[in-house]
Ligand binder design. Structure first.
Ligand SMILES: [Zn+2]
Ligand SMILES: [Zn+2]
Length: 333
């Protein structure tokens, strides 16, 4: 039996919930959970914001723990090995995208908390292909957020061959943005942090930003016109995207990893004249996730976390909801 925390209805409180997962399927892995991060998607799914939630609903998709059991055919992992697991619980492994290494683009992938029970529990199961070994040098306590927030911002660095000579901007210094600043700084880039909160300046600089732009101050974006090779937006708010496109250098890219509510409005002419791009990416593949973990170990990159015991999960969810989390929350079993 698996002991978890579930809610029975949209927006409900999380309460102890025990379920029988049945026999371990071939190709699957069962993980003993030590830590599980909290993500805004857990909150959205709990409230059924995307109309895909099923109840009882067990959130949690930033799992770190050890391999408890292996299904038939799983040979590359050992029982007791430290591992992590993120948004995806499975993909088909045979389609054009899976076989090309783009498992994150599989049209038959399964979210760990979509029609399945997630990681606010003592154990969780997933397909072995998505269970990623945790390399030595990665701190298990703070690693959970790498498996959703971290890979979300690391993936575009790999997809678009960001170079150490690039000048980059990160919009939003929060759960995603603070990890983006750390990765891009270690990658070698000149990093500018864009934020509406001037009190985040000191912290952004200490995390590796070279420059802080307070976007609330008049003329701040005009002052950085024609400056960036890449601007990475991690926010979920509608901003003046024309001003950000204007802040790109020729061949620059405005890239979205945060889902903004409204349609993104822009004029084509500045894109056309400067050969600029607008793009978006989801979370990364298992291989890109493994690269991120190796890179994090090599450079000592850790998400900044606050820790709550798993038993105080409702308090932790409330803290996330209040917007006061600095910068990610991790539940500890
Ligand atoms: Zn997430
Ligand atoms: Zn597939």
């Amino acid at each position: 039996m698996i002991n978890a925390y579930a809610t029975q209805k949209p927006g409900g409180k999380l309460e102890p919930f025990t379920y029988d997962p049945g026999d371990l399927a071939p190709g699957d892995v069962e993980i003993d959970i030590q830590y599980c991060g909290l993500c805004h998607s857990d909150l959205s799914m709990l409230k059924n914001d995307w109309q895909i939630s099923e109840y009882p609903f067990v959130p949690g998709h930033e799992v770190v723990g050890t391999v408890a059991a292996k299904g038939h055919g799983v040979h590359h992992l050992e029982v007791g090995q430290p591992v992590g697991l993120g948004w995806f619980g499975a993909s088909c492994m045979t389609c054009e995208w899976c076989t090309a290494g783009h498992h994150n683009l599989c049209q038959n992938s399964q979210g760990l908390i979509v029609g399945r029970h997630g990681g606010f529990a003592d154990k969780v199961r997933a397909h072995a292909g998505w269970v990623i070994p945790l390399p030595a040098g990665v701190n298990p306590e703070s690693a959970g957020p790498l498996f959703c927030g971290g890979i979300t911002v690391f993936n575009p660095i790999v997809q678009f061959d960001v170079r150490p000579t690039d000048r980059v901007g990160v919009i939003g210094i929060g759960g995603l943005g603070h990890m983006a600043v750390k990765f891009l700084d270690a990658w070698g880039c000149h990093v500018s942090a864009f934020s509406t909160s001037s009190e985040k300046e000191e912290e952004a600089l200490s995390m590796g930003a070279d420059h802080f732009v307070n976007t609330r101050s008049d003329g701040a974006l005009e002052a950085v016109a024609n400056s960036f090779d890449l601007i990475l937006s991690t926010v979920n708010a509608d901003l003046d995207w024309r001003a950000y496109i204007n802040a790109l250098r020729p061949r620059g890219r405005l890239h979205f990893v945060g889902a903004v509510p409204g349609p993104v409005a822009f004029d084509l002419f500045p894109l056309l004249m400067g050969q600029k791009s607008i793009s978006a990416t989801p979370l990364g593949s298992p291989a890109t996730t493994a690269r991120m973990l190796q890179f994090s170990a090599r450079h000592g990159i850790e998400p900044v976390i606050e820790t709550f015991p798993m038993s105080r999960v409702n308090e932790a969810m409330e803290h996330l909801h209040s917007g006061k989390a600095r910068y990610r929350i991790v539940l500890k079993n």
